[in-house]
Write a protein of this length. Structure first.
Length: 435
């Protein structure tokens, strides 16, 4: 099985492209099932800043072709212009870095690990993630935990939500006397609400299509929940609007936002959009009194804050390299063990047969001690003969090297890599050894 990563992120694609692949959960499951027909496996990581497919397949060219077809089908042919690819060990390194938040827009943010775990559970639930990718993900999660424990990259790290609040505070020179409207009650909105409270926002409204969720979030942060039907009445009062819904279409357009301008006497309105697809249409910012920001704008804002975590990111990168190397070594050993076992079983069977033939020809001329010496000598020859290939197969580093050595050993000695050693009887082994 070979690994392949294909995707696009904030590093390669603008928000206008990323949002084309912002699929609903049912669509994600459909995509996974189409790509993960046995023996292929597939994992889809989809966040506001990245859409990535991780594939494990014995025919990676075929898996790649299928992935390209699906990505073009869902996002349009233009999305393929922004794709990056990683193969083999490079794909593992990329996944480990993503889980450890070393490839995030905000270095060290904690949200991405939970998102990758959610993707893993969705993949398992759909049957797309099985043996190979299960082991890969377990190792990636362990790596992310080690990075969190052994470096300070996650300490004082901002998130997209906190960066949005910081940007609003900068524009208004503080939020203490401002009216804030939070649209949505999902995970990103919850993070934004907590940061708004910490930033001193004292007059805050929360609205959501499901009022109960808005009420729960409002109770947590000391805000007021209002029905979603009052959205534009609330907009007329607000100084700051933070959006983070799962709406497939923009909630705010130039037309409906412009319509409340007169009621609010065209006083400045700060709007920040944390959603993918976007809740705020791109042309809303063309209104003279509206300052509208999306995730790409926030990326520019947080770029200056990343320098403080570069040193910790370098430390974390070393840990990622160590964890990937460990996983690759263990995988190579797992793949080489059946060949090692068959090779040793073959050698022992040949030695046993030759010892029995020699002892039989000598008849009763040897005493018991002499017979045991001959048997010990045969075992010693087998052990010394197999010591070096055994050590080399166990010590291989890169995955492809382990496969190459194990395959070469199987071919040279006429072993069947697909057959477990304990299923082969001594007669088969002896017969093969005389060929």
């Amino acid at each position: 099985m070979e690994f392949l990563c294909m995707g696009l992120s904030h590093r390669t694609a603008p928000l206008s492209v990323r949002e084309r692949l912002a699929l609903a959960e049912t669509q994600q499951v459909e995509l996974l099932r189409r790509l993960a027909q046995a023996p292929h496996e597939a994992l889809l990581v989809s966040t506001c800043n990245r859409v990535e497919l991780y594939l494990a397949s014995p025919d990676v060219a075929r898996a790649r072709a299928g992935a390209l077809e699906e990505l073009a089908r869902w996002g349009g042919p233009e999305t393929l212009e922004h794709l990056y690819e990683h193969r083999g060990e490079d794909a593992l390194v990329h996944l480990f870095r993503v889980a450890a938040s070393l490839d995030s827009m905000v270095l060290g943010e904690a949200q991405i690990l939970g998102q990758v775990k959610d993707a893993f559970e969705r993949g398992q639930g759909s049957g797309a993630v099985r043996g190979e990718l299960t082991r890969v993900c377990a190792a990636a999660f362990g790596c992310a935990k080690r990075v969190r424990t052994e470096t300070a990259i996650g300490r004082s790290a901002t998130s997209m939500a906190s960066a949005a609040v910081a940007l609003a505070s900068k524009v208004f020179d503080g939020l203490g006397d401002k009216t804030v409207l939070l649209v949505g009650a999902g995970e990103m909105s919850e993070l934004a609400a907590r940061h708004l409270k910490q930033a001193g926002a004292s007059r805050m409204f929360v609205t959501n299509r499901t009022l109960a969720r808005a009420e729960a979030l409002a109770a947590e942060v000391g805000a007021t929940a209002r029905p979603f039907e009052e959205l534009f009445a609330l907009l007329a009062q607000a100084d700051v609007v933070v959006c983070g819904t799962a709406s497939p279409l923009p909630l705010f357009t130039q037309e409906n936002v412009g319509a409340v301008g007169k009621a609010r006497r065209f006083r400045p309105l700060f709007m920040v959009d944390l959603a993918v697809p976007r809740d705020i249409a791109p042309d809303v910012g063309q209104l003279d009194w509206v300052h509208a920001y999306d995730l790409d704008d926030i990326q520019k804002f947080v770029a200056d804050n990343a320098a403080a975590r570069v040193e910790e990111a370098q430390k974390a990168g070393v840990l990622v390299a160590q964890e990937v190397a460990r996983f690759v070594r263990e995988r190579a050993v797992r793949q080489g063990v059946p060949v090692l076992a068959q090779l040793r079983q073959r050698g022992e069977a040949i030695a046993r047969a030759e010892v029995e033939r020699t002892l039989s020809s000598l008849g009763d001329s040897l005493d018991d001690k002499q017979r045991k010496s001959i048997e010990a000598m045969a075992r010693a020859i087998v052990n010394k003969l197999l010591h070096e290939p055994t050590a080399r197969l166990r010590a291989v580093g890169p995955e492809h090297e382990g496969n190459r050595l194990a395959g070469a050993a199987a071919e040279l000695f006429g072993l069947d890599e697909s057959t477990p050693p304990n299923k082969q009887g001594p007669n088969v082994l002896i017969q093969g050894g005389k060929g």
